[in-house]
Design a protein. Structure first.
Length: 137
């Protein structure tokens, strides 16, 4: 596998893998911080009933995001393998098809990251609103 194959300008496969790993670590830290903060605010079972679904949604979103990024990495690996094969077999993919496929990968990657960040921000706002409802500072 050629990890230096450029998927799109400024991003090669090894860079994509690093982004996936860094993103996962950052999300894990943010989720842990949020859960630790939420633990401090829970006073009784009713509080947990309000906050529990938010935490579950946050974790589920993170897992779905990681799954999507792993799928993206799998696609990227296939692209690099296809590119290596196409160097030996000109009939596999045209240069234009490769460019279009790489643009699609870039769009998917950008969409995944933007969606995950938006969801994390929405959940953070929801937790703050719940804290205010529970009169917690």
């Amino acid at each position: 596998m050629n990890e230096e194959f450029e998927l799109f300008p400024g991003k090669n496969l090894s860079g994509l893998f690093k982004d996936i790993y860094d993103n996962q670590q950052n999300k894990k830290a943010r989720i842990s911080e949020l859960i630790a903060e939420i633990k401090k605010t829970i006073r009784h079972a009713g509080d947990w009933a309000m906050i529990g679904p938010v935490v579950k949604d946050l974790v589920d979103t993170s897992v779905k995001n990681d799954d999507s990024l792993i799928k993206l990495a799998t696609i990227a690996q296939r692209i690099t393998s296809a590119a290596a094969k196409s160097n030996n077999d000109a009939s596999f993919l045209t240069d234009e098809e490769k460019k279009q496929l790489l643009k699609d990968v870039e769009a998917v990657a950008t969409g995944i990251i933007d969606d995950a960040d938006d969801k994390m921000n929405d959940l953070t706002i929801e937790v703050e609103a719940l804290k205010q409802k529970m009169n917690i500072k």
